[in-house]
Design a binder for this molecule. Sequence first.
Ligand SMILES: CC(C)(COP(=O)(O)OP(=O)(O)OC[C@H]1O[C@@H](n2cnc3c(N)ncnc32)[C@H](O)[C@@H]1OP(=O)(O)O)[C@@H](O)C(=O)NCCC(=O)NCCS
Length: 365
Amino acid sequence: MTPRRIRIEQLSSREEFQQFARLPYQIYAGRDAWWPPDVQNEIDLLSGRARITAHLDLCPFAAWSDDRLVARVSAVVNYRYNEHWNEKLGQLIHFDALPGEPDAVAAMLEEAMTWLTRRGMKAARSGFAAFLDYPYAIDNYGALPSFLLRGNPDYYHGYLKNARFMTEKGQVDYTAPLTPDHLERYRRMTEAARAAGVVIRSWRDYGFLAAVDVWTDVTNAAFARHWGWNSITREEVRPMLTPLQSTLVADLSMIAEIDRSPVGAVFSTPDLSGTLALVRAGVKLPPERGGGARGALINIGVLEAARSRGVARAMAAHSYLAMARNYMRFAGYTLVLDDNWPSRRTAESLGARVTGNFVAYRRDF
Ligand SMILES: CC(C)(COP(=O)(O)OP(=O)(O)OC[C@H]1O[C@@H](n2cnc3c(N)ncnc32)[C@H](O)[C@@H]1OP(=O)(O)O)[C@@H](O)C(=O)NCCC(=O)NCCS
């Protein structure tokens, strides 16, 4: 057998970015249901037009095997992240690859890591970068993952481990069935918080635009020491969240106040599988995965001074009650670090159970 001709390139033209952004269609299009990439958004990021790129040095790489595009990855130095954590950590985001191409994938990952070392990075992480990348699934292969999460094929792990990556962090995704018993429990949680002086309002009732800014401030403060996180500005968040003003996000997301001062924020979405997922004609998604029945709590934070007083529990309970009023039968509680016990206890106190498992990888140079 003649060996394949492997070519690794750094990409720079718009046509190449387009090809890069569309590679997932080759990998996932055979699925019954999957979340396609936002191609335009990705091209904006690669071409430096997205606002977030002001903090990044970013280089997309692609691997061709016998002139066929078979793998992609972007090497990123996130200066804001490294300053915050006083680290020299590079990130490998956008990793995707076709099966049966170990040599091309290995060569591409090596080139991307060389690019990082030339910029003084001491390690690389793949599978978590705030607002840029999400972890690799280690179960539910082939099923539609929760909104925002990867539904990668199983062979990705072999590619990454062959490139000497090791598991750095585990994360879990929870699902709570919105049964009458659970809804009753949520009402009690909201009552208890109200009696304790915690005022919780949806973003619609709070004023959506004001709520977006409060979410940014509370999240930056609450997540300051959360692994993997870096802060984000109001100017970056507004264009991402403002377009959601007229959607159910406004009714499902919450702000908590004590003495008229914001202490907590939740960002939740309705089931987006009908609008954003590609679902093969005739396929009916199980209700705990989508099809209009699964809402998702994406992010929850409480300021340190207000913790352990039931604020998180009550905000999530408000959000889940609003999902139930809008005909959702399941609620996600998305992506918690294995060792984030305050958050895991919050999920469990809402009757949620682990339904998906994920990892982020790291290689020290
Ligand atoms: C996770 C977080 C939102 C919890 O907020 P909170 O308002 O303190 O939580 P609550 O008071 O509502 O408590 C909810 C559950 O967590 C438990 N809990 C709260 N703090 C805890 C701690 N430090 N250790 C262990 N369990 C804790 C509570 O006992 C309660 O469980 P129970 O009902 O079984 O008693 C808050 O710690 C936070 O903002 N952390 C930083 C950001 C973060 O990690 N967000 C979640 C990302 S997935």
